[in-house]
Write a protein that binds this ligand. Structure first.
Ligand code: ADP
Ligand code: MG
Length: 677
């Protein structure tokens, strides 16, 4: 098919310059791209007898025009045509507005398919301006394309039909025969023809299966290639033994899951090539201790340096406080670098780092700055990875000579999806929370009960605890959603004696920092915030959280928010306020109320909102798929993944019949150039 990707869209019959521009706007510069512009839906045009149509439903009927259309003029000089059609079972009246071509398009005695909403009453059927097509040219299933201004679905469909004419001579199937036979997949020709113009539902599903499989396979092959590209020599080997002397520094015993994760990482770090691993653990599962164990091993065991990058200053500060205290008895010097560290202290810090006097550097993006040099960086850890792009992760790695990489994610991701998105990483899961955690009680109430909820918060304040109040917006707007601004007034009135602070994403980093620090020291009792408080902040004395307009948040986001409480030994509460009436929304919120298992919540969120929500748009650096859907086609994903592994571990890909597949891979990853070698 490659030659069709070199043939510009304007060369198609009926496209031309003007439409060419519109197609390019749709992301379709070539004929090949047009064939990959798959329908977003299909309409059933198989036709039902007029007598069996249902009122107020969109139907297709096959009927003959009885008499020539009659012309009527209505107010404003507008033109109207009436046509009577029949299919033997019944008659139907059609009305068309302002289309003077109707008399030439609809001929008496000819048969057509009419598609539209059926109106009328028990005895009379009627359609207003239905779509229609001559019966002898009709297709039983009509594709619907993502139209753009100036380009209708029908026009796209016509262009696709032209493009399909070019197929037989030009196409060679990127999936070699042996794979098609093994996985029972059709030829590309059949797939393209029937994904656009299926003769029957069954053909459509055969076509889709094949195209989805190929796309997943190509994606997985690309990810595996990225992974093997990183497989250099391990230049920072450590002992794989569990660091028991580190464990003795901790004020608690590590959980089984934590020990397992440390062991898995050390096995990588002792192995033949550098570690590339993701640790997934729910909020509070204790990822920091795992990171610390590995830093300890790298620094005390191998005498090299480690770096830990966090997405916010608040988090970097917190890690610095925890880890410098924890590692001090082992004579490990920990440094902190954020945008707030400037001038002389910064210069000294960089000198100490380059000379190896600082062994563990913690910080934000500032760790990526020019001029920052390690003496010998053996281990790179990024916390809350979904906030970092793939590029940033590798930029930090560049500061060393192929250091080990550990990525820590607090967003539980269903395993299948994680395998897909982190196809270039190995995965460990912390599936156990430290003992003694009190479950967080969650309530769902409507705003009529807000006063009662406030009273409940007051009770906690009186007992010396602190609380979070979450709003979806910073400033009020016309949507009627609660904003931080409006809420502050409400809260100050309801809690006249409490000290209240506000936090949101539009504040300067230093301001946010100050607010968070004061809350953390217990100087403020109530913190009104947007979701900026979501990531990793640890204030054990804050035991109650109220979330306004809870329906506005995704499940995973709610889960992250709720994870801010329940971090100490006291009983914690999370109250969701929502006046949502929609049954699906309530269902979602109830599911959240009734479970605290992050992985279950993530599964549900994935089904409801798709994978985009987990990572923000394209932050994961994964190429955009055109037909496969990671949330719907999991069985095919598994098959394709298995197949990709087998191919990558055999010599198949060097055989000529696999050349097409490699070409597809380069095309899919063309926007991530540099990542793929
Ligand atoms: P997260 O995985 O969300 O980053 P943290 O590493 O911040 O979790 O740990 C959450 C809290 O649990 C911290 O206060 C930490 O000291 C505590 N903790 C971690 N591991 C254990 C353990 N094995 N036993 C008891 N408490 C633990
Ligand atoms: Mg953490």
């Amino acid at each position: 098919m490659s030659s069709l990707f070199e043939r510009s869209i304007e060369t198609l019959r009926g496209v031309g310059q003007k439409r060419g521009v519109l197609f390019r706007k749709l992301g379709v510069p070539t004929v090949g791209d047009l064939l990959e512009l798959y329908p977003r839906a299909y309409e059933d045009w198989s036709g039902v007898p007029i007598l069996e149509t249902t009122l107020e439903q969109v139907c297709t009927v096959r009927a003959t025009v009885c008499d020539p259309p009659t012309e009527h003029r209505i107010r404003g000089g507008r033109l109207l045509y009436k046509v009577k059609v029949t299919d033997g079972s019944d008659d139907m009246a059609l009305t068309f507005f302002n289309n003077r071509y109707i008399p030439t398009l609809l001929k008496a005695g000819q048969e057509y398919l009419f598609h539209g909403k059926v109106q009328g009453n028990l005895t009379r059927r009627e359609m207003l301006s239905p779509q229609f097509t001559p019966a002898d040219r009709a297709r039983p299933i009509v594709p619907v394309y993502p139209a753009t201004a100036g380009l209708t679905s029908r026009q796209i469909s016509a262009a696709v039909a032209e493009a399909l004419q070019l197929l037989p001579e030009t196409v060679s199937d990127p999936l070699p025969l042996e794979l098609r036979e093994r996985f029972h997949l059709c030829h590309l020709n059949f797939a393209l023809e029937h994904v656009h113009f299926p003769a029957a539902q069954e053909d459509l599903s055969i076509a889709r299966t094949r195209l989805i499989f190929e796309e997943f396979l190509v994606l997985q092959l690309g990810l595996l290639r990225i992974k093997s590209g990183r497989r250099g020599q391990n230049r920072h080997p450590v002992s794989p033994d569990f660091p028991e002397d580190f464990a003795r520094l901790l004020p608690f015993a590590l959980t089984g899951a934590q020990r397992r994760a440390v062991t898995e990482c050390l096995k990588d770090m002792a192995g033949p090539s550098p570690m590339n691993r993701l640790i997934q653990g729910d909020v509070g599962s204790g990822k920091t201790a795992v990171a610390a164990a590995l830093c300890y091993r790298m620094i005390c065991g191998a005498g090299e340096q480690a770096a830990l990058m966090a997405p916010t200053e608040i988090l970097a500060d917190q890690h610095f406080a925890t880890l410098s205290r924890l590692l001090a008895p082992a004579q490990i010097r920990v440094g902190l670098l954020t945008a707030a560290v400037k001038g002389r202290p910064r210069k000294e810090l960089l000198e100490d780092l380059a000379a190896g006097r600082i062994q563990l550097l913690i910080g934000t993006h500032a760790l990526l700055s020019e001029g920052l040099r390690f003496q010998n960086l053996g281990l790179v850890i990024t916390d809350e990875q979904h906030r970092f792009g793939v590029d940033q992760r590798s930029a930090l790695q560049q500061k060393g000579d192929s250091p080990h990489l550990l990525v820590m994610s607090a967003t539980p991701i269903p395993r299948t999806l994680a395998l897909m998105i982190y196809g270039d990483l190995d995965i460990s899961v912390l599936d156990e929370l430290p003992p003694g955690r009190q479950p967080i009680e969650t309530y769902l109430i409507d705003t009529a009960k807000r006063a009662r909820a406030f009273a409940y918060v007051q009770k906690h304040l009186d007992a010396g605890y602190q609380g979070y109040l979450i709003c979806p917006l910073i400033e009020g707007d016309e949507t009627g959603l609660m904003s931080v601004d409006a809420y502050r007034a409400l809260v100050e009135k309801a809690f006249p004696r409490a000290s209240v602070a506000t936090l949101h994403g539009r504040m300067k980093p230093a301001e946010k920092e100050a607010v968070m620090a004061a809350f953390s020291r217990g100087e403020t009792q109530l913190l009104i915030s947007t979701t900026v408080v979501e990531v990793g902040v640890d204030v054990p004395n804050a035991v109650i959280m109220l979330i306004e307009n809870a329906e506005r948040f995704g499940l995973s986001q709610l889960h992250q928010l709720r994870g801010r409480v329940g971090r100490g030994t006291a009983r914690s509460t999370c109250i969701l306020l929502s006046d949502a009436q929609n049954e699906d929304t309530l269902e979602r919120l109830r599911l959240f109320r009734d479970t605290t298992d992050g992985f279950r919540i993530a599964e549900a969120d994935l089904k409801l909102r798709g994978p985009g929500d987990f990572f923000g748009s394209r932050q994961h650096g994964l190429p955009k798929l055109s037909i496969a859907d990671m949330t719907q086609d999991l069985a095919l994903l598994q098959q394709a993944r298995q197949c990709a592994h087998e191919l990558a571990h055999s010599d198949a890909l060097s055989r000529p019949e696999y050349r097409g597949l490699l070409g597809q891979m380069r095309r899919l990853f063309r926007d991530s150039q540099g990542v793929l070698n």
